[in-house]
Write a protein that binds this ligand. Structure first.
Ligand code: SF4
Ligand code: SF4
Length: 260
């Protein structure tokens, strides 16, 4: 596990921080656990970046089966409930067919195979997040490294953020989600009825020196690192491969890139 962590640090172009990691912990403490306790208790191994980015190498992810481990681990560690009613569904990371994920790239001559290929979709941790602008209580805010976070305690359930997000990255708890969590992870807060939630780029794991869980189980298909560091692997991959982002014309500046 330690060698896995070391190799992540090396390829991500980021450093293990000492006292400088404090801002990450502040973010964690602000979002709070259910009892209001900080989620991360030690700061000596926290990771920081100027702007976190996720690169998804879709060439390594050919089928739904390839994508399921990332979804399963994310939803398990973040206490995401499994609700059968599609209208009440809660999702942090999910799959969309190409034609839906990249509708602006669709045209009549796109190969049928590509049209129906599944792509991983999640919050894009936008550089200019419209959800943050729309939230009247500052329950959603931009934290360290550009990560767009939720303070569940401040959310009043108005859903302005959901209306403002052009990617459908947010879910609303129409009912108490707790009975629908298979196995509760006591280290992460559960949510309540009337609260919005979404992917947090595994901020709680970064605070203790670990990469996002989806990256860890992706067998190299997902790469996470600092977009502002020209030496990071994400920057090198983006330089040497053709990549796309979702709805770039909107100008939100998504931090999730897809190598195609
Ligand atoms: S994808 Fe949506 S929820 Fe995520 S930061 Fe951008 S606007 Fe906000
Ligand atoms: S970065 Fe973390 S929270 Fe976001 S989709 Fe991956 S596992 Fe889930």
């Amino acid at each position: 596990m330690e060698s896995c962590r070391r190799s992540f640090l090396k390829i991500a172009g980021i450093s293990v921080l000492g006292l400088g990691a404090r801002p990450v912990l502040d973010v964690m403490a602000a979002s709070g656990s259910e009892q209001g306790k900080p989620l991360a208790m030690k700061n000596e191994q926290a990771l920081q970046a100027k702007r976190w980015a996720l690169v998804i190498d879709t060439r390594k992810l050919a089928s739904e089966e390839d994508l399921q481990p990332m979804i399963a681990v994310c939803h398990k560690i973040h206490n995401v409930p499994k609700l059968e009613n599609k209208q009440h569904e809660i999702k942090w990371i999910w799959t969309e067919e190409f034609k839906h994920a990249f509708s602006e790239q669709e045209h009549e001559f796109v190969d049928d195979r590509i049209k129906h290929l599944p792509f991983l979709t999640l919050c894009n941790h936008c550089e200019k997040p419209s959800c943050v602008r729309a939230c009247p209580t500052k329950a959603t805010y931009k934290g360290e490294g550009g990560i767009v976070l939720m303070d569940f305690h401040r959310c009043i359930g108005c859903r302005f953020c959901m209306a403002a997000c052009p990617y459908g990255s947010r879910s609303f708890n129409f009912r108490d989600p707790r009975p629908f969590i298979k196995e509760t992870n006591l280290k992460f807060p559960t949510r309540m009825k009337g609260v919005v939630e979404k992917c947090n780029f595994c901020n709680e794991r970064l605070a203790v020196g670990k990469p996002p869980a989806c990256v860890e189980v992706s067998k190299g298909a997902l790469i996470f690192g600092d977009l502002e560091d020209p030496e990071s692997l994400v920057r090198k991959l983006l330089k040497s491969n053709f990549s796309i982002r979702r709805k770039p014309a909107l100008g939100a500046g998504p931090s999730v890139f897809y190598i195609v």
